[in-house]
Structure formats: C-alpha cells, structure tokens
Design a protein around this ligand. Structure first.
Ligand SMILES: [Zn+2]
Length: 333
C-alpha cells in the first residue's frame, strides 16, 4: 500500500521515535502537526492531510483514487469519515442508509481507509454502475474474484449484495463496466472481453456488434489511436460491426448511445443470420474459451465468477436469445 506520509503519534512511538525526537522534528519542519495526535511528513498526500486536518480520515472516492483504482471524474468534494465525537467543515460520507449496510465501519486508525472500507462508504456517494465499476477495477488489478471481494466487505445488506453480483473482474475499464451493467439491465446479452480473430480482445459484444469503450487514460496516445483504427478496419473486413464509445458518450450521453444500439439490434443487424456470420461468432467463442484455459489467473477468476453469480434470465433479451447467465457464459466465452 502507498504511504500517504501521515502518522499518528502512537505509531511513531511504536516505530522507535520518542516524544523528544518527534518534537525536534516538528521544530525542524520535518513533521507538521495536522491535528492532535496526527503528524505529516514533508512529502505527504495533500488530500489525505486535508481529511485528517478536518477531523477525519480519507475514505470513499478519494481513498479509492489514492489506491489507484478507477473512479468517475467530477467528484470535487472531500470524501472523509470521522467519529461522532469530532466535527469539521466538510460533511462526512455516509454509507447507504442504515439497514442496507449491516456492518459497522471500524474505527479509523490510518489516514486513508482500506479499499473495502472505502467501498462501503462509497455506496452512499456513487451510483450503482459507478460502484460496480470501482469494484471491477479493484478485482481486476488485484486478481480477486467476486467471493474474495464479498469476504473483504463483510456482512452487507441486500442492495449491496445485488450490486456485488453484477461485478465482473474481467472488465478492463470503468467505462466498460458501466456500459456492461447498463446494457444487461436493459436485457441485452453482453459478452465481456470476447476474443475476435484478427482483432484481438474487444471490450463487449452483442451478437456481431463489437462495443469498444474508450477511456481518457488509455486512448490519448498516437499508438492507441493507430491501433484502434486498425482494429476497427480489420473487424469491418471480417464482417463485424464496431461501435466505439468515448468516456463522454458513456458518462454523459448514454441515452443517445442506447438509442443507436437499439437502432442496430431492433433491425437484427447484430444477428449472425448467415452460416459465415454464425461461424464468426462461434470462432470468437472458441478463441475466448481457449485463451481462458491457457491463462490460470483468468480461468481461476472465471470459476470464481461462475461459482458466485446468481443465475438469472435476462428480460426479453434482444441478443442471441433468452438464456441464463451461466449458459451465456458457457456458450460465449
Ligand atoms: Zn463520499
């Protein structure tokens, strides 16, 4: 874990610093007093210091960003939590209202909350898709499955449990996660990270429609720009449809995106109606399955997902037909 450079005096004592040494470091400017019992080294994290100075610790969106997970942009307020005996100028974050989160957050002893504590707090500040996207980011970057995350979160209420089982550690970006959750909630059969011959791994697939969810972080370079255009060209030549979505499309223009996707699926343009098109889809399923077998971590994660994902029938699926998530996974991966 990154060190925010903020310490409790008791922790410094445990590390061998006595009060005399600590006071000498404060006088020399090597330590700064943030509030009673909390001190910051010279190169401390400024956002965490702001939370501690205001009587709390960093949590929620800001702690998740500190842990280098994907978080949506535009959350400007300081996300902190503090004990009831303390007060400050910034309002404290609150997990989803009582009864939904059963587990009480532990007393904060560190300047930045752990990922599980920050995720619990974020249930009150993020919407469902955003929270799921952060969970995906955490599981993907740490090699965790859904059950691992569930164990880390502890006892949670039914709403958060529902959200938890919509997560997917295979997701490669927050925009991909948000798109997947929204499309599935609309009843689309969405394949996650399909392998497409001649193209490589795509973000999402609905029948013959490939959906690429660009993020600001990974698509700003010339190399990415060139690669993505080549992928789109190869996909088109091979008979796929590609829809490339930007961060703004997904976060701020979703209604229009959804209307465009429906424009394709309502006219069955995504359905593999010819033997050649069906072969395209079947090959994608086979390539994805064979890659999974060759990747122990990926296969392990997939088993965890399968073991823990409730089987649900999508509502009126306009994709390849009505079937359960497990059947979709078996067939499409
Ligand atoms: Zn918050």
């Amino acid at each position: 874990m990154k060190d925010p450079g903020i310490y409790r005096r008791s922790h410094l004592h445990a590390s061998g610093f006595d009060d005399k040494t600590i006071d000498r470091m404060i006088a020399a400017g090597d330590l700064t007093r943030l509030r009673s019992g909390w001190l910051a080294a010279k190169n401390h994290d400024l956002t965490a210091a702001a939370a501690v100075s205001d009587g709390g610790v960093l949590t929620c969106v800001d702690a998740l960003r500190f842990h280098e997970l994907w978080v949506p942009v535009g959350r400007r307020k300081l996300h902190l939590r503090r004990s009831r005996s303390l007060s400050g100028k910034h309002p404290a974050c609150r997990p989803m209202k009582s009864g939904t989160i059963r587990q009480r957050l532990t007393v904060a002893t560190k300047p930045v909350d752990s990922v599980p504590s920050a995720l619990l707090c974020a249930t009150g500040c993020l919407n469902r898709e955003e929270w799921i996207a952060v969970c995906d980011s955490y599981m993907n970057s740490h090699g965790l499955g859904v059950e691992d995350l569930r164990a880390e979160l502890g006892s949670v209420g039914p709403t958060v449990t529902d959200w938890l089982y919509l997560t997917d550690p295979r997701s490669q970006s927050g925009t991909e996660s948000i798109s997947r959750v929204r499309l599935r909630s609309e009843g689309f059969d969405v394949v996650v990270q399909p392998q497409i011959k001649g193209v490589g791994r795509a973000d999402l697939r609905i029948g013959l429609l490939i959906i690429e969810c660009d993020s600001m972080q990974y698509h700003a370079t010339k190399e990415a720009y060139e690669r993505d255009h080549k992928r789109d060209r190869k996909a088109l030549v091979n008979g796929w449809l590609t829809m490339r979505l930007t961060y703004d499309d997904i976060l701020f223009g979703w209604e229009e995106v959804l209307a465009d996707i429906r424009n394709i699926t309502n006219r069955d343009r995504h359905r593999p109606r010819t033997p050649r098109k069906r072969e395209l889809v079947e090959k994608s399923v086979r390539y994805s399955a064979s890659e999974g077998k060759n990747s122990p971590r990926r296969a392990d994660n997939q088993q965890k997902i399968l073991a823990s994902t409730p089987i649900r029938s999508p509502r009126g699926s306009p994709g390849l037909g009505r079937h359960t998530f497990r059947a979709c996974f078996d067939r499409c991966q």
